[in-house]
Design a protein around this ligand. Sequence first.
Ligand SMILES: C[S@@+](CC[C@H](N)C(=O)[O-])C[C@H]1O[C@@H](n2cnc3c(N)ncnc32)[C@H](O)[C@@H]1O
Ligand SMILES: O=[N+]([O-])c1ccc2c(c1)CN[C@@H](CO)C2
Length: 273
Amino acid sequence: MEEKGKENGVAAMAACYQGFDPAAYLQYNYTPPRADFERKDSIVPWKLACLHRAFTEGDVGGELLVDIGSGPTLYQVLSGCEVFNQVLLTDFLEVNRQELRRWLRDEEECNLDWTPYLQHVCKLEGRRPSAWTEKAAKLRQVITDILPIDVHRPQPLAPDALPSAGADCLVSCFCLESVSPDLAAFTRALGHIGRLLRTGGHLLLIGALGESYYFGGPGVKIPVVPLNEAQVCASLKESGFTLIRLEVYTLNQDMRVGVDDVTGVFFAKARKD
Ligand SMILES: C[S@@+](CC[C@H](N)C(=O)[O-])C[C@H]1O[C@@H](n2cnc3c(N)ncnc32)[C@H](O)[C@@H]1O
Ligand SMILES: O=[N+]([O-])c1ccc2c(c1)CN[C@@H](CO)C2
């Protein structure tokens, strides 16, 4: 595609995000039924189990974990914060970075109570649920910054954001396919974030399958690149990753709540060649 065409597509996506509403987004996706810790078929417990296993099975380690496109959510680093000494959160929008800062500073006006999430991950770790306060303290200790990011730039972060060797591990959830105008841009963005990761470092990627749109707030309809498993695998390979494991969750009717048309969720663990 012509350079102009690529820039127009990316600019159009950025315009869609101007109406993104963190509180609504959290309400749509991070409350029951999609986040019901009593339901075996709920999506969020499935994601937390994938992340817990991936962070704790022994091959992932180092100093620095970076979360790409954090949005207003913290769940994606609840297991990783026990493995890395430093965690960086990132997002394109100031409203999301503000939401995360509010939680970090333990301010009242957070739009979601993360306690059930902290308690659930403590349980996965074999700790008593009341250890959630220790996990919250650990998170506040290891998250050292919340940075602006644009995955469509060859250098998604500010030049001095990372050590020269890069991050030891990246996690990214529902970002690339939700911010890219098409599959080619998705794959390019995957390559851009791959450059933030050291050789041999791990990427934990969660994303939507078969999704063509989602609501980022009331009336804020955001287009999504509809992905299938084969495309995810091909894009990872093309971007210099070796796939270690791919897991897929298929939504049942109860999980389709009208905020998107997602049909499945993938979890990929990969290593940078
Ligand atoms: C669907 S949300 C995912 C949020 C969170 N990671 C989760 O798991 O729910 C997509 C996020 O990508 C961010 N975003 C939008 N454009 C971006 C870009 N060009 N580069 C990086 N992130 C972007 C949005 O601000 C939003 O927080
Ligand atoms: O069920 N979930 O846990 C969940 C969480 C976040 C998102 C989805 C589903 C589906 N839509 C994406 C945006 O493309 C955002």
